[in-house]
Write a protein that binds this ligand. Sequence first.
Ligand SMILES: NC(=O)c1ccc[n+]([C@@H]2O[C@H](COP(=O)([O-])OP(=O)(O)OC[C@H]3O[C@@H](n4cnc5c(N)ncnc54)[C@H](O)[C@@H]3O)[C@@H](O)[C@H]2O)c1
Length: 387
Amino acid sequence: MNRSNLARRAFLRKTAVGASALALGSAAKARAAARSDEVVLGFIGCGGRGSTLLQKIVRTEGVRVAAVCDLRTERVAAAQETARRFSPKGYTNFEEMLDKEKLDGVIVATEVGNHAKTAIPVLERNIHCFCEKPLETTVERMDAFVRAARKSKAICQIGFQRHYNDGYVKAIEKIHSGDLGKIAFLQGQWSWVWEIGGGWVADMDLGGGELVEQAGHHMDVMAWVMKYQHPIDCVAMANISREIPADSKPTSEDHAGLLFRFPGNVIFSYTHLFFCPEPFQLERMLVYGQTWGIDLVKSELYLKGNKTERLGEDSGTDWGKGTNEELEAFVENIRSGGKEKPRSNIETARIATLMCFMGRAAFRDVKSNKFEPRLVKWEDLGSTTEP
Ligand SMILES: NC(=O)c1ccc[n+]([C@@H]2O[C@H](COP(=O)([O-])OP(=O)(O)OC[C@H]3O[C@@H](n4cnc5c(N)ncnc54)[C@H](O)[C@@H]3O)[C@@H](O)[C@H]2O)c1
């Protein structure tokens, strides 16, 4: 169903169909009316995240999963099993799926370095696209993705779920209300017990390293706090603490400390680490003013004199909070004609992704596989999609 059909169906549902179904008192007609604005979805990438999103989507009212695609046939079969009530068709070639199926929207959950390759053909066909975060692992592929999304008539929503998490939304609304005054300093930390060392995340082309794949969430939130003004410059250091063979391919840092400077000399200090003892595990994002502080994860405001105010729901250790809501927002946007700009959209994700690239460029030279600190300015990134 294309966008004008969807809008027409929504209109019909509200008027003739809805009225006649109710007038006739026919349960069958009422069910038919409910199905008339069904949103038909396909999936590209049915690995870890794709399966999580699929499990959530199959429980969403008014959605039908018509097709699933993965390069690995066992993952296609597992996805078909998860969505068995819709009997979705299975594909290993996503362009074939896009051409054969009549899809309203597609959810892309491939590895980061495959996002441009898999999301651009969706957008070029003007099919609504939800693509996982961050945008890509290189500036060139990210720019191509951004250009395709800007040109497309379809929605492009990016999977930074904190935009759909009540705790973050309320806390950042409070900061943006201006009631508290100026932001003085930003602080972020993410520490994980598990040690990385393999898989596609550590592959610099496919995953881009931990700062790109994982920390993108925090870059996104702090850029949001700063109303998506981009940082001016960044200095950083990082290293690998684990043993790796001297001749190994470039691989991800496992700890890093970064300092970004936003307009107004607001400094954002960020640390991440992937080998901490269990009690040290932590996700922390703090915003400081002269006489106040906000804990974004807890969604709490602290004022001078030890006054505390709850702003929204505490996320606790649930970093996935907001995922149900982001999927519902995507489906609802499609259903109502695709007119809403998603809260997490191509422009917001562009800044977050470039911040990751900025930090990475400030602590490493990928070509020589060396961790060397240097100062990186926004212009040094060489993006060709500056608005
Ligand atoms: N928002 C979040 O909190 C969150 C959490 C985890 C992962 N992610 C993101 O989700 C994405 C996927 O991560 P993952 O952990 O599920 O990876 P994964 O390796 O488990 O799954 C990726 C899948 O994509 C498939 N794929 C790759 N190219 C394809 C193609 N051309 N056609 C069809 N299938 C293709 C692979 O075969 C694989 O099964 C990444 O962008 C990651 O950053 C987001």
